[in-house]
Design a binder for this molecule. Structure first.
Ligand SMILES: [Zn+2]
Ligand SMILES: [Zn+2]
Length: 289
């Protein structure tokens, strides 16, 4: 079984071809986790997942959606929303039985404005992350965590902030705190810190990009993932973004997580089937399905 532990198949990017993309995924015997990024996309993730027994939903508010800004991502722009976390609304989504995770939530220094407004936006992200943590513990759900560094390479890594926050919450909630750092692009030390905190690492298409000029990560991600225990890795895409190297420049589809699985398997000197077995078990441990 092939797993995409993080995709946005409910997004407008699939408006015309969603059915055909779903058909390819089904043919490849996939299991998908469709991730919400704000109120509406959380609801549509649940609606989509409810139609297929091999699809699940994760609901929450992406850190960039807390501040209303113009966002440019992979050539397309959209206006983020300035949303708050409406717990009662998210309770109703969890009640559908389709929800296996809370997120994507986290910290994103890349998209915040410069100066004082940026600092305020970042503090707001921290508060809203805390609300997601509480909500996840309340429902015994896994967190799907997004961490992105600032544009300025001299800025301290956002992982420093996230690890500090998780340590704090770990003291409060112990083993009830669980989840995945999605699209992990940090270095080996950060990988270890998350694993020590009981978290899993989601690996996406970025791992297949050439090391030179890879703007998403400072260290060579393939080397980092080489040292991560196999029982801590999940495959993902973040579709429609970040298509693996083979399809770079095209819309990313969830079935492209096959390229990620192949890459890791080759890197670790094992068959792709064996790697997929690990990922299937890991998915079950984190998300309970
Ligand atoms: Zn993300
Ligand atoms: Zn995402």
């Amino acid at each position: 079984m092939l797993i995409d532990s993080h995709c946005h198949l409910q997004f407008r990017a699939y408006k015309k071809e969603r059915e055909s993309v779903i058909a390819v995924c089904k043919e490849k015997n996939m299991l998908l986790n469709v991730i919400g990024t704000h109120t509406d996309t959380s609801k549509s993730a649940v609606d989509l997942a409810s139609k297929y027994d091999w699809m699940y939903a994760t609901v929450g508010i992406h850190p960039i959606q807390h501040t209303a800004i113009e966002v440019e991502e992979e050539g397309s722009t959209f206006k983020s929303r300035g949303e708050v976390f409406d717990e009662a609304f998210f309770d109703t989504l969890v009640a559908t039985g389709q929800v296996i995770g809370v997120g994507e939530t986290g910290l994103d220094k890349y998209h915040i404005p410069e100066g004082v407004a940026g600092k305020e936006a970042f503090e707001k992200q921290k508060v809203l992350f805390g609300e997601h943590v509480k909500f996840a513990v309340k429902h015994n759900l896994a967190l799907v965590i997004h961490v992105r560094d600032a544009r300025d390479p001299d800025e301290p890594s956002t992982h420093e902030d996230m690890i500090a926050l998780l340590k704090q919450y770990k003291e409060e909630y112990g083993d009830q705190l669980k989840g995945v750092i999605h699209c992990f692009t940090g270095g080996s030390a950060y990988a270890q810190a998350y694993i020590d905190l009981g978290f899993y690492l989601g690996v996406g298409g970025v791992i297949t990009y050439p090391a030179k000029g890879n703007k998403y990560t400072k260290e060579h991600l393939a080397d980092v993932i080489d040292t991560v225990p196999l029982d801590k890795i999940l495959t993902e895409t973040d579709a429609p973004y970040l298509a693996p190297q083979k399809y770079r420049g095209k819309r990313c589809d969830p079935w492209m997580s096959e390229e990620v699985a192949k890459f890791i398997a080759e890197q670790r000197g094992m068959s792709v089937e064996e790697l997929k077995k690990y990922v299937r078990e890991n998915f079950k441990k984190v998300f309970g399905v």
